[in-house]
Design a protein. Structure first.
Length: 300
């Protein structure tokens, strides 16, 4: 999406962001050797061209970025309070990304089936047109049959759904299909009354999910791998500027770590450090140099 953020009173800074894109960026920045692709749709307008150029500048594969003849990108305005907490205003009811399922042909599925992981979020599912979701589930089932690991982060945003019932039905299908779930406690609290990390683990146990990663803000991260549950302490960041994309940075670093064969402890440590670095900068995407320097510190 196109991101707008006030840099000074009356002046807007324009960039590009979105939860799946953010995760892809941080995965690629942490693990440059991993081929990381975006699967989305853009338009023929100038902003779309600039967006694709930004994808490429971040080293992302754009072979599966499709061009819709009449649609354009969605847009949002982000505002943060004194504690770095954010609020959003969206304009994306007619975004090109809502049509992405139309482009998922057998040929595209064959290309996706050669990958190791396919990552989808609750926001992605909300944006997909409701009448296209059954087709999407069928495509997802095809990918699973090819051995692709399906990753799901609920990332619940109430305003994107018609009602809670629609969100719950869609999420439960996603949990059914996924092999690796990455929920935050707050994602399930409103919909399912889950109030803590252990409750999230118990909820996910209803499904056949091999790996669960529960993000609980600065408090902790709880992981469950093959039913073995571990708690990982997180050191809170004192200098919080903007919490936008904290979970996305965590996701990207976590998935890259697991694809690289790192242990759960090492993976959580790296992912938490990535998230802690990002929230010390405004906007969803932290400056490359600052992020790389911070991640080099932990690698060293």
């Amino acid at each position: 999406m196109v991101e707008l953020r006030a840099s000074t009173p009356g002046i807007m800074h324009q960039s590009f962001a979105g939860d799946v894109y953010n995760s892809a960026v941080y995965l690629k920045r942490c693990f440059n050797a991993i081929d990381t692709s975006m699967v989305t749709a853009v338009g023929k307008d100038t902003l779309s061209s600039a967006m694709v150029a930004q994808f490429e500048d971040e080293g992302l594969n754009t072979d599966l970025v499709f061009v819709h003849p009449t649609k354009s990108p969605g847009m949002y305005l982000i505002e943060t309070d004194d504690e770095g907490e954010r609020s959003f205003t969206y304009w994306r009811s007619d975004a090109a990304a809502r049509k992405v399922v139309d482009f998922l042909s057998d040929e595209v599925l064959a290309a996706l089936g050669k990958g190791d992981m396919f990552f989808v979020s609750g926001i992605s599912l909300a944006v997909i047109e409701p009448e296209s979701r059954d087709v999407f589930w069928a495509r997802l089932e095809t990918l699973k049959a090819k051995g692709v690991v399906v990753v799901f982060d609920p990332n619940y945003r109430p305003r994107l759904w018609k009602d809670e019932s629609e969100a719950k039905e869609t999420f439960e299908k996603a949990f059914h299909y996924c092999d690796l779930a990455m929920p935050g406690v707050e994602d399930l609290e409103v919909l399912y009354g889950v109030s803590d990390a252990q409750g999230v683990i118990e909820f996910c146990n209803r499904f056949s999910i091999n790996e669960v990663v529960v993000k609980n803000g600065p408090a902790s991260v709880i992981t469950s791998l093959n039913s073995s549950v571990e708690s990982h302490t997180i050191t809170p960041v004192k200098n919080v500027v903007d919490t936008t994309s904290a979970g996305d940075a965590f996701n990207g670093a976590y998935l890259g770590s697991r694809l690289s064969g790192m242990s759960i402890d090492e993976t959580v440590r790296l992912a938490a450090h990535a998230a802690g670095t990002v929230i010390q900068h405004p906007g969803a995407i932290a400056p490359k140099v600052a992020f790389s320097e911070a991640m080099a510190d932990i690698a060293g």
